[in-house]
Design a protein around this ligand. Structure first.
Ligand code: NAP
Ligand code: MG
Length: 402
């Protein structure tokens, strides 16, 4: 069989620890035997980030703006322990944070559904994709403890010095206050990323806030979404046969529990933080969650939702066998290859991505899986494979379908 050609390079962001080991295995076993892999390689492993003073992260984000599609391996976000472990010059920022800020994107997380790994919510049949707004609100709030009686106000001083005041509360005793903000630009980008991704994946979009109570703050989110929808997306949604649906956050939560899935749920920052953990654990496993950063300018960066699986890496370093699940990382590659194929009208590449995903699912449904899944499957007699043999089993399934 001739290898599939790629006309435009994919931005490849290598990473750390166990996922870096899986990264190489995936390329060797599942990609390069079938594709003339055309990537522009950036090593975001912590050692190389440190050597380049983190310039490599910035360069990889710039390359994503140039080519449009990136695939990223999980990376270490340094903390005090990592400073010592890697002898770092500085506590470098989270690469995901740097890339997200440069691409101005929204992160969409979705579970990979296989038979035998059943969601806790029995009516969930299709994935629920969570889109979390990643700016502002309680994450950039100012807070104060109020020691005793006194008046608290919000004060806006315009550039010309004029003041606008809004009473928060006349305290008669001790209490607490908090000031939150958000930016219309950021909310607009969030809205555009959500509408764009709904069209890309042909799924309905839900959005919810508490606008009945928060008549200015949350209502601004609702209004911006509605305005952008009507101006830029309504016709495209109608043509695609999908809908945009706004409701109150408590109503959304109730409906999600009764729904069968297959839609995108856009959440404000705090709601997204809480709901993504609820949805991902209810679907079964962090190792089966995909993640894609979508920018309103049409750039895409695909990755797994989990981290570098440090505990498994230390076992690997000691020469012990690991059974680390590579599915979310493989799906990061297939997501990126499919998007590259769509943009370049390269049907062979899109078809390959579909077949590789199907091979992952079939391998697990045939009972061959890693330990994390064997612990939660309804299959009474799964075969537990180590990291390498699981990838080899996927290759066997894939070859049967090619
Ligand atoms: P983690 O890598 O997500 O792993 C936490 C635990 O979840 C693992 O110890 C393992 O449980 C289980 N797990 C996660 N992925 C798995 C997989 N593919 N297969 C099997 N089990 C899996 O989180 P962490 O260990 O807390 O963080 C390690 C590093 O990752 C940190 O330095 C953090 O900064 C980084 N991180 C990066 C990203 C990113 O780049 N997007 C995201 C999150 C964290 P058991 O040990 O019980 O088997
Ligand atoms: Mg959280």
């Amino acid at each position: 069989m001739d290898k599939i050609k790629m006309s435009t390079p994919l931005v490849e962001m290598d990473g750390d620890e166990m996922t870096r080991i899986l990264w190489q295995m995936i390329k060797d076993e599942l990609l390069t035997p079938f594709i003339d892999l055309n990537t522009e390689y950036y090593d975001l492993g912590l050692e190389h980030r440190n050597e380049t003073n983190d310039q490599v992260t910035v360069d990889s984000a710039e390359a994503t703006k140039k080519y449009g599609v990136a695939v990223k391996c999980a990376t270490i976000t340094p903390n005090a322990a990592r400073m010592t472990e890697y002898n770092l010059k500085e506590m470098w920022k989270s690469p995901n944070g740097t890339i997200r800020a440069m691409l101005d994107g929204t992160v969409f997380r979705a579970p990979i559904i296989v038979k035998g790994i059943e969601p806790c919510v029995k009516n969930w049949k299709k994935p629920i994709t969570i889109a979390r707004h990643a700016y502002g609100d309680v994450y950039k709030a100012s807070e104060m403890k109020i020691p005793g009686p006194g008046k608290c106000e919000l004060v806006y001083t315009a550039e010309d010095g004029t003041e606008t005041r809004e009473l928060i509360h006349n305290f008669t005793g001790a209490g607490v206050i908090q000031g939150q903000h958000n930016l219309c630009d950021s909310i607009e980008s969030f809205a555009r990323s959500c509408f764009t991704y709904a069209l890309d994946t042909n799924q309905d979009l839900w959005f919810a806030t508490k606008d009945t109570i928060s008549k200015k703050y949350d209502h601004t989110f609702k209004d911006i979404f509605q305005e952008i929808y009507e101006k830029e997306f309504e016709e495209k949604f109608k043509a695609a046969g999908i809908t945009y649906f706004y409701t109150l956050i408590d109503d959304a939560v109730a409906r999600v529990m009764k729904a069968e899935g297959g839609f995108i749920w856009a959440c404000k920052n705090y709601d997204g933080d809480v709901m993504s953990d609820m949805v991902s654990s209810a679907f079964g496993s962090l190792a089966m969650m995909t993640s894609v950063l979508v920018s309103p300018h049409g750039y895409y960066e695909y990755e797994a939702a989990h981290g570098t699986v440090q505990r498994h890496y230390y076992k690997h370093l000691k020469g012990e066998e690991t059974s680390t699940n590579s599915v979310a990382t493989i799906f990061a590659w297939t997501g990126a290859l499919r998007k590259r194929g769509e943009l370049d009208h390269n049907q062979a590449l899109c078809d390959f991505a579909d077949k590789l995903e199907a091979a992952c699912i079939k391998t697990i449904e045939d009972g061959k899986m890693t330990k994390d899944l064997a612990l939660i499957t309804t299959n009474p007699s799964p075969t537990v494979l180590n990291s390498e043999n699981f990838i080899k089993a996927i290759r066997e399934t894939l070859e049967q379908s090619l």
